[in-house]
Design a protein around this ligand. Sequence first.
Ligand code: G16
Length: 602
Amino acid sequence: MQLLGKRAGAAPARAGRSSAVAKIPVVAGSRSRVLSTTVMATAATQVPVKEVPTKPIDGQKTGTSGLRKKTKVFMSDNYLANWVQSLFNALGDEVAGQTLALGGDGRYFGKEAAQIIVKLAAGNGFKKIYVGKDAIMATPAMSAFIRRRKAYGGLIMSASHNPGGPEEDFGIKFNYTAGEPAPEKITDKIYGETTSISTLKMADIPDVDLSKVGVTTFGGFEVEVVDPIADYLATLKEVFDFGMLKAFVTRADFSMVFDAMHAVTGPYAKAIFVEELGAKPESIKNGVALPDFGGGHPDPNLTYAHDLVELQWSDAGAMLGAASDGDGDRNMILGKKFFVSPSDSVAMIAANAQACIPYFKGGLKGVARSMPTGAALDRVAAKLGLPFFETPTGWKFFGNLMDAGKCSVCGEESFGTGADHIREKDGIFAVLCWLSILAYKNKDVPVGGQLVTVEDVAAEFWGTYGRNFFSRYDYEACESAAAEKMMDHVRSVIAASPPGTKFGAFELATADDFEYTDPIDGSVAKGQGLRFVFTDGSRIIFRLSGTGSAGATIRMYIEQYTNDKARLKEDAQVALKDIIKVALDLSKLQEFTGREKPTVIT
Ligand code: G16
């Protein structure tokens, strides 16, 4: 039976179980309990399976990207096991005999969680699981791995950019056959299963040593511990000209610094930038991956990547500065004393891709951005005559477009940049794109000559397309009820504001709650952000984040365009101050939340 999947054929039906009742100690999360279980063996794998009774746990609804909660919540009772079993229940018979992949960003509880997931995979009839060594695999690397190894799907243990540790966050997400984050038709089904789950199917096998690459078999079930970097590197080598990049990176007059924020990209950066491309080892900052990210908040933005920002704004700053997040899918790009907003970064990459990156030499098939992302990419699409798509927030919405061959490059304001080489956003890919642009533009500049800088690339872009000033204000961990009331208020403002309504100096063209109809499968996503679009193209958008683990995070997005040559280099906060005031006034954000200032300004 093919319930949800795209890959038919490889799923032999399970049949013929033998069973016996036994009392077996079960380790679920941090607690050890004794439960009545039924022991069975799957016909597919001949692995003994315990049927462990469980009960639904409230609040296991998947957010923008997987399930994220406090680590202690994930470690309690059957919290993790319930969600993973619900996923397998949602996928139904099609998982039997398939191959799964597993990895994570190395955060606290990841290794223990991996052992639980391995047992559930075996218990639910998978014939094989690949696990990244030490339960590590960056999110983009997982997407590449699923595609290269033709795995049925993969589980990523990560709460992305959220902090890690016993008092912080943990998370889990499922990527499907093309390497893409599970679409809503699956995540909705998982949630449904979590509300009625009664049994966990756990193989009765010992823990596997995940610290060594190699294969362990239990009956017909195989666990293969793999190098988490090799497949990803092979994919990147198909995209970029590593020879050209190495020649550029090793120039005496070039310097780069990559801040891995003590998160998963540390080992990837060493392998790719240092060992492959010849960057100096000291180019990698905070390169040792730690389970609590060294106590930091591994979110590559101007607030949390403060060490890198300080360095880049000092005289010791490198020509290219970059950072990535907990699980390696986000990126921030800096020049010397210069910040490239993510909305601009994707547009600049798209504008330069064909000339600078071999993978795109035949041209782009199309481009896409999430709705709140600044509209610079729209201008590139118009100039290059490319199909353009505006999707809701969440990488999962790009997958269908890419599978249908309609989108090559896409990005989000939330520091996500990517392409159709995989189906996830890809932090190291973005850095390699910028290295490629710089290498190409400097190919004729002799060593010691005047190098084209990151800022020069941006200035050239703005000179051609004009500039979409963009900023995002985040108000993290607000009281949920207050945030909902504010959103209700904004909805009432939309309802009472016909086109032509004046907000300060801005005249409303349209206002709505963004809705998206997927052009490939016709699925509809409603309630994706409250937006005000003004007659001059300026925009104000309000959304509640779907990735927080406590309270509500309000995101306020502001955008305004100029092609006035005298203003192109203005500071975004200065350029946007009038429209920011309009946004704060119309939403009464301060009144509803009591917050005087945002937690983070991008
Ligand atoms: C996730 C999603 C992104 C989304 C971001 C922010 O990123 O993959 O597509 O833009 O969350 O979402 P929200 O505004 O709902 O918090 P990540 O890096 O956290 O996986």
